[in-house]
Design a protein around this ligand. Sequence first.
Ligand code: FAD
Length: 591
Amino acid sequence: MPTYTAPVKDMQFLLHNVLKVTASDTPGYGELDEGFTAAVLEEAGKVASEVLAPLNAVGDREGCVLENGIVRTPKGFDAAFAAMKEGGWTALDCDPEYGGQGLPYLMGTAVGEIFVSANMAFNMYQGLTHGAYSAIHTHGTDAQKAQYLPKMVSCDWTGTMNLTEPHCGTDLGLMRTKAEPQEDGSYLITGQKIFISAGEHDLAENIIHLVLAKAPGGGEGTKGISLFIVPKFLVNEDGSLGARNSLSCGKIEEKMGIHGNATCVMNYDGAKGWLLGDLHKGMRAMFTMMNEARLGVGLQGYAQAAAAYENALAYAKDRLQGRDVTGAKNPSGPADPLIVHPDIRRNLMEQKSFVEGARALTFWAAHLIDRSVRQDDAAAEGLVSLMIPVIKGFQTDKGFDMAVQAQQVFGGHGYIEEWGMSQFARDARIAMIYEGANGVQALDLVGRKLAQDGGKHVMAFFDMVKAECKAHDGDDRMKGFTEPLKLASKQLQQAGMFFMQSGMKNPNTALSGSYDFMHLMGHVCLGLMWTRMARAAYDALDGGHADRDYLEAKIATGRFYMARQLPACGMHLARIESGAETVMALPAEAF
Ligand SMILES: Cc1cc2nc3c(=O)[nH]c(=O)nc-3n(C[C@H](O)[C@H](O)[C@H](O)COP(=O)(O)OP(=O)(O)OC[C@H]3O[C@@H](n4cnc5c(N)ncnc54)[C@H](O)[C@@H]3O)c2cc1C
């Protein structure tokens, strides 16, 4: 079965050498000294390796079971959930006013990667609760916050997000779930939601469903949608649990992966709910949380790849097959380990360079979210909002690809279930779909984010890349990073110009190229991250840092990414510039 070891050294390098957290003026960062962050990450790593990872395959095998309206989670999940609560892990970056520890979102993100790598399906119970917590924290009244948040911070009560209906996924304007206002100020919610993660389970005393529904008077489409708090058990004035609400889980889905997480059909039959945020502004309320939610899914993408890579690497060092073409490396044995073969090396380098690059991008984005929330930094908010569809779409596509590549290192042993490698690929697959399918992320990027605020944020991004390259002008060692990055950034700008010039004439042109644009930008983002990491590694080497092997490997991995992955930008640009003609050439009936 797979093992998991938290990448504490790599995370520490990002926090202290690349992001230089203690020197940052972001409130709360000054306290993140090396000793403190190491202690938190190592402790999280211990929980992940000893408690969560051993349950990953159990969850996959057993799945969740619906019996008489009750969903049973896999054996061991309840004890592990209790241990997570007991350890305070559910409260890490939550508001101290409601029982949280108040650590920066960046620390929650780093710890989140560790837990998601160890057991993605399990971590979703807590992850969705955090999403619902954020929604109530941002949009709730003081009374709602006092009523729900302390129990959600501790995960005594968990949370869900209910958007999807059978006939409406991406196009939420088609929503049918209704909210009827009552004289006491509450609403009665009626309708069916599907695919609701953690919709019903046996891990918590209560489940706080956040449900999108249409209340009268809001008009057609998404404009009429409002967001409601709909608890499984009604909550009395004194905080104790009251009557069971009129909602139930009708079914749990059989699915490709994340078997340990219950994906539920939820029936609301006149369930009592309370408005969260403004009436008919439910979509706006959802959007304010989208950066965090989509970053979380982008994290799932590379976190699964990270765990898969760790196991592929161990296997490549252990499995003996064939001989090194340049001379035996294990002459006393029957064959050399797989890792001697250049094609296996290519495969492992692709995984390693993606995982470390994506980790850097995710941590940087989490830092920008902290700046935007804790410092009201509008530029940081604009930049992160531009990059979120890239982080979600690119990292989950590549994360899945890399989990498949890790499987490939095992040959046939990766395909059978015994080694646990197929679970990484199966679990990673959903991240490409939920929280807005990746095609829709590309649409969001090209159709909305590029032009947002007059294109200010994308211009700021290009300026940042330019400044990064310029900063290393005098250092020849950095040329292997800055030259490919300059070219890739130019190609990205050229693609943007192409959209501007041709998109006005025919909107299909931009939309046919949007997916390639998302990937092109993903490579530029990772190229930028590798340039920053290389700079930090050279600085540490120059400063006499003790761990030379780690730093030299970091630089070599970055060189690989720049030389072997960034050239994909040219391909994406060529596809984009070919326009919509070949994409749209066939009429629908000719397919
Ligand atoms: C395991 C699992 C867990 C989930 N958890 C939750 C949850 O907790 N809460 C919740 O509310 N939902 C949840 N979902 C639902 C998920 O968010 C939706 O499946 C997703 O948003 C896509 O909606 P859909 O499946 O209806 O696909 P559709 O909207 O029918 O889209 C199908 C395809 O068409 C593409 N497409 C659609 N419109 C356009 C367009 N205008 N332009 C270009 N392409 C387009 C999409 O990218 C997609 O590839 C979950 C789903 C699964 C499978």
